[in-house]
Design a protein around this ligand. Structure first.
Ligand code: PRX
Length: 638
């Protein structure tokens, strides 16, 4: 089993890329064959019809991903640390969990799931802080073939309930509370609210973490420690078909409710592992740290599945970068001599504003590779990261990918492909990226800008939206027939390097979190005084983007400050604090087209600070609305 990449030079990259273009099937089958263990090999490598969003990889192969992430390492690296767990409070004891211990914990947790009646194919919702039990629970689901649906522990009761109901989850695993810096989130209490409306949930397992008082419902709720107490650490892995779903993970879309992206077992595993080893050039013994939360795809693919399949040591951090002070990240890098560090531009921008003593007082010389993900990184932040954290000697892999893609798609390969600040660079082997214009034509040639699409399936791509395949087809495969449309705009320079310019739809990325503007509008519309709301993103120096809500009321609120805080509360309750608008402006009217659609293009410009140059507004039903908004803005000193 190889744990390192076969790509060692730029020409290796070119050879691999060309091989993947010539024959994607043999390219991926040789990786699948050499890097993973299978209970039964595939009969066919790939079958697809993108017009129907029908994609299958490694047909009829049988495997269990936990055999690849855990069992096969036991003979060669049982005592090696699989997961370093760093708690929120630096005074609390950290854990170094070896592959053998991970195996025992995952097996016991798997047996606990079984004892609660969870079977292959059942959906299990995990609403947990970043504690080892979250990792055990994810892997335990995979062990028995249950489909995990991790819901980020910052989401509200309503968001949690929607996700539980969408997938009819049978079991919920949560904690009494979660530590985030100086704050405690009362997870069980939020879960209790959610469960008022979740008929499919039969049992709730609660891990004690914060000691927060909780209500335990007789016959439904049980403590993790009690439920797991008598479980053995032997649980044979379920035999899974290559295409059996491994997990569901929700992501926001331009319209409607969040989409439950469904990832397959074999294709996802091969893709997460291959991209991990290749992009980071992980070497035996390296300590690797991805700062994401397991509630997002980055945590799934690059804290757990990718690193563990490669036999790596992966650091999992419970806390936040600002606690106990803004030097915490660098403290952890120093403490564990982290070699590879993967984070988000928003964290870099925030940390770049701090007292540099917080950086300089730590020894960062162990770092070899730095990564970023989640949103475009501006040049200033890139340079700061490179100079102050990488000390000018660590490559920065600015990796572009999505919840839907399962793993990295366009990214530098550390130390191998040339770097250009703010560019994600060249597509990884197996990724046939292209740019399309608004009329549906491919833009050939270099030095172009368009909408980013992918022409050929790759193993890690999502297979469907849970319960709504038609929506999957319409969202991703209809705009450009027989291609996957990413929803992102991109530039391609003279040498074929891609620079992602941002979303071209109504998704706004705030501090690396995808937010659907329609969802936020729906939350604001719940306010009894609100007639209509329009939400757009605008550039923000730390968060990348922030949310601007233009709100039209039936009658003016008595107290504008109370009204604003009621709106913020509504958004927090309906979605979560991450979706709260930075700015709320009461307006007399919203600019609409003759067909009644809000003209967001104009609102985006206003939110970004423009006060004239709105382009052609002749198609507006009410062009005077634009001036009214500008007056409203002036009246509130915006
Ligand atoms: O707009 C792109 C942006 O994040 C979106 C995907 O968000 P999500 O599904 O939450 O996954 C985030 C982690 C993979 C993309 O459509 N994005 C992600 N990475 C980059 C990026 N934009 C620019 N540069 C990146 N490196």
């Amino acid at each position: 089993m190889s744990t390192s990449s076969n790509i060692k030079s730029f020409s290796d990259y070119q050879d691999a890329y060309n091989a993947s273009l010539r024959n994607p099937e043999s390219f991926w089958s040789s990786i699948a064959e050499s890097d993973y263990v299978w209970q039964k090999k595939w009969d066919q490598v790939c079958e697809f019809d993108l017009s129907k969003a029908h994609v299958r990889w490694f047909l009829n192969a049988k495997l269990n991903i936990t055999e690849n992430c855990i069992d096969r390492h036991l003979t060669t690296r049982g005592d090696q640390t699989a997961i370093i767990w760093e708690p929120n409070d630096p005074q609390e004891k950290a854990l170094e969990i070896s592959y053998s211990q991970l195996s025992q914990e995952v097996n016991r947790t798997a047996n606990m799931l079984k004892s609660l009646g969870v079977k292959k194919g059942d959906r299990v919702c995990l609403y947990m802080p970043m504690i080892p039990e979250l990792a055990y629970a994810v892997l335990a689901c995979a062990r028995i073939g249950a489909i995990h649906s991790v819901v980020f522990a910052g989401f509200s009761a309503k968001s949690l309930a929607d996700r539980i109901n969408d997938a009819s989850c049978k079991l919920l695993i949560t904690a009494d509370g979660g530590f985030r810096g100086a704050k405690i989130t009362a997870l069980k209490a939020i879960a209790d609210d959610a469960l008022e409306n979740c008929p499919s949930i039969e049992s709730v397992v609660v891990k004690r973490r914060t000691g927060t008082d909780v209500r335990m419902k007789e016959g439904r709720d049980l403590w993790w420690s009690d439920a797991i107490e008598s479980m053995t650490d032997i649980c044979p892995p379920e035999s899974m078909d290559a295409e059996d779903p491994l997990f569901i993970l929700y992501t926001s879309g331009s319209t409607g409710k969040p989409k439950g992206m469904v990832h397959s077992t074999a294709g996802y595993m091969v893709y997460a592992g291959y991209t991990f080893s290749t992009v980071f050039q992980y070497e035996e013994g390296d300590v690797y740290w991805c700062t994401a939360d397991i509630g997002w795809i980055t945590g799934h693919s690059y804290i757990l599945y990718g690193p563990l399949s490669a036999g790596a040591t992966s650091l999992m951090f419970e806390g936040v970068p600002s606690y106990p002070d803004l030097g915490r990240f660098w403290d952890i890098v120093d403490k564990y001599k982290v070699n590879i560090f993967y984070t988000a531009p928003t964290a870099i921008r925030a940390l770049a504003q701090c007292d540099m003593e917080l950086v300089h007082s730590h020894d960062l010389s162990s770092l070899k590779t730095l990564g970023t993900v989640g949103e475009p990184i501006n040049e200033e932040a890139w340079n700061w990261y490179s100079e102050n954290i990488g000390k000018g000697r660590c490559p920065i892999v600015d990796s572009w990918w999505q919840t839907e893609t399962g793993g990295m798609m366009i990214s530098p390969i550390s130390g191998i492909t040339p770097l250009k600040p703010t560019y994600a660079g060249l597509p990884l082997p197996g990724v046939q990226a292209c740019l399309m214009d608004n009329e549906g034509n491919e833009i050939n040639g270099m030095g172009a800008e368009g909408r980013l699409c992918i022409k050929h399936p790759w193993p890690g791509m999502a297979r469907t939206i849970y319960g709504d395949h038609q929506r999957y087809v319409e969202t991703y495969f209809s705009e450009y027939p027989s291609m996957y449309f990413t929803g992102d705009g991109s530039r391609r320079d003279a040498e074929g390097y891609y620079r992602i310019t941002g979303r071209v739809d109504d998704v706004v990325i705030v501090s690396g979190h995808n937010l659907g503007t329609a969802e936020i509008e729906n939350a604001i519309d719940e306010h009894p005084l609100v007639a209509e709301a329009a939400v757009v993103g605008y550039p923000h120096s730390i968060k990348g983007n922030a949310i601007f809500a233009f709100v039209q009321c039936d009658e003016p609120p008595d107290n504008i400050e109370d009204f604003r805080s009621e709106v913020l509360n509504l958004v927090s309750q309906q979605i979560g604090p991450i979706a709260k608008p930075e700015q709320i402006l009461l307006v007399g009217a919203l600019p609409k087209t003759r067909s009644g659609k809000i003209m967001r293009r104009i609102l985006r410009k206003i939110a970004a600070g423009e006060r004239s140059e709105f382009g052609d507004i002749s198609t507006l039903l009410n062009p005077e609305a634009v001036n009214t908004i500008l007056e409203d803005l002036q009246a509130t000193n915006h």
